[in-house]
Design a protein around this ligand. Structure first.
Ligand code: GSH
Length: 197
């Protein structure tokens, strides 16, 4: 098996989730990073017109959560109990919901109003559920799994103030989320990968 993960030359979002999962799993892969121009040429033939895409020979797998699910199931980074595995699927899907629901109107005034309302409403409910779902330090105790990496990457973008009008400290109010973030970042394979970038 010779795997290639294709994404943009950006160390964040769905690409970082998948790179971290492959790295934590110990799976060698080619880290293909496209320019915007290269992507323009490739987009029409990508499975759903988006990245990341994981290729194994002639086979191509798209959708970040499907890639994470495959890595997790084949390399022991996924719950074995079907119900718990489905809960991890739900957490990963909720991260995608978050990305799509985050309001991004063009005017800054409208963005401020919409994002503050989003933070006080949907995002607070999301954080309350996620915080309650973490058994600590990871979702399922001591074993880091792919859903933990998905959570880590979205939290990292908030902590880096990637979204105007939502403070970098927003998630500090949730103690288990805060401890979860620190534990993922301190995981030896994650820490080594991030230090190498
Ligand atoms: N639901 C998809 C979303 C894929 C997606 O929208 N990826 C973005 C990058 S994070 C992308 O390809 N943007 C460029 C484009 O849509 O042309 C997933 O989870 O992989």
């Amino acid at each position: 098996m010779s795997l290639t993960l294709t994404y943009f030359n950006f160390d964040g979002s769905r690409g970082l989730e998948c790179r971290l999962a492959l790295t934590v799993a110990g799976v060698p892969f080619v880290d293909e990073r496209l320019t915007r121009d290269q992507w323009g040429e490739r987009k029409p033939t990508a499975p759903f017109g988006g990245l990341p895409v994981l290729r194994d020979g002639d086979r191509a797998l798209a959708q970040s959560n499907a890639i994470l699910g495959w890595v997790g199931r084949t390399h022991g980074l996924y719950p074995t109990d079907p119900w718990v595995a489905a809960e991890h699927d739900a957490v990963m899907q909720s991260v995608e919901d978050l990305r799509y629901k985050l309001p991004s109107p063009t005017s800054d005034d409208e963005k401020k109003t919409a994002r503050e309302a989003f933070a006080a409403g949907w995002l607070t409910q999301w954080a309350n559920y996620v915080d309650g779902r973490i058994s600590g330090p990871f979702l399922e105790g001591a074993a880091l799994q792919v859903a933990d990496l998905k959570l880590y990457v979205i939290l990292r973008s908030f902590k880096r103030a990637a979204y105007d009008h939502i403070p970098a400290t927003f998630f500090d109010a949730w103690p288990k989320i805060t401890a979860h973030y620190a534990a993922v970042e301190a995981h030896p394979a994650v820490a080594a990968y991030l230090a190498s970038r």
